[in-house]
Design a protein around this ligand. Structure first.
Ligand SMILES: *[C@@H]1O[C@H](CO)[C@@H](O)[C@H](O)[C@H]1NC(C)=O
Ligand SMILES: *[C@@H]1O[C@H](CO)[C@@H](O)[C@H](O)[C@H]1NC(C)=O
Length: 193
């Protein structure tokens, strides 16, 4: 298993994180791993697209409001996931910053490590910050919504995908009460995932 992953990584490393050629208009600015100075994953597992579920999380870290501070936050989350939790990469597929940009995590058609039982069939999208007692900024919410629309147009997400909060399927507060109330209004929200 390890050996297979390692070979897959070596084979694909040049193209894995490249931007697809036909980039839909709706896509927000996605800060790639080169831009936030991410580490290479230890191994990569591929997911089958289109993905049918989106799981929303919050990172329970301080918020960030610029590309510099958000990049630094994403790097520390990656370090924590890889060094302390011993994940093969940052666990979330993508993260949304308070600066209104989306940060590439484990990325497209990869199996993340964010929601036990759902990793291989969902996209884990994490809002940077703690949203138990406050709602994310309009810019942060818009970036997330545009990102999901973008993912659908790219064919990564199923047109009928279902979205839910991590708390609906695991023992966690995530994505925080306030953010959870917000995503309940979203078109693809599922009450019973
Ligand atoms: C990452 O983003 C930068 C700046 O937008 C771009 O120049 C670079 O080609 C991208 N790298 C990859 C691997 O997509
Ligand atoms: C997140 O915010 C809530 C409400 O303000 C607070 O009670 C909780 O301790 C915070 N979590 C962390 C890990 O800081």
């Amino acid at each position: 298993m390890r050996r297979f992953n390692y070979l897959a990584l070596v084979f694909c490393v040049g193209s894995v994180y490249a931007v697809p050629p036909d980039w839909p208009e709706v896509c927000p600015d996605i800060v790639n791993r080169t831009r936030w100075d991410g580490r290479l994953p230890v191994a990569v597992d591929y997911a089958i697209i289109p993905i049918k579920f989106v799981v929303i999380h919050h990172t329970v870290t301080p918020e960030c409001t610029s590309e510099t501070s958000c990049s630094s936050m994403v790097r520390s989350i990656q370090n924590f996931h890889m060094d302390t939790l011993e994940f093969q990469d940052i666990g979330y597929n993508f993260l949304v910053g308070g600066d209104g940009k989306v940060y590439e995590g484990a990325s497209w058609h990869k199996v993340g490590a964010h929601t036990r039982g759902y990793n291989s069939r969902s996209l884990g999208l994490a809002f940077i910050g703690n949203f138990s007692n406050k709602t994310p900024s309009d810019a942060q919410l818009k970036a997330a919504k545009d990102f999901l629309e973008c993912a659908m147009e790219l064919g990564e997400l199923d047109k009928n995908y279902q979205l839910f909060g991590a708390r609906q399927v695991s023992a966690t507060e995530s994505p925080g009460a306030k953010l959870f109330n917000e995503i309940k209004k979203w078109r693809h929200f599922s009450r019973s995932p």
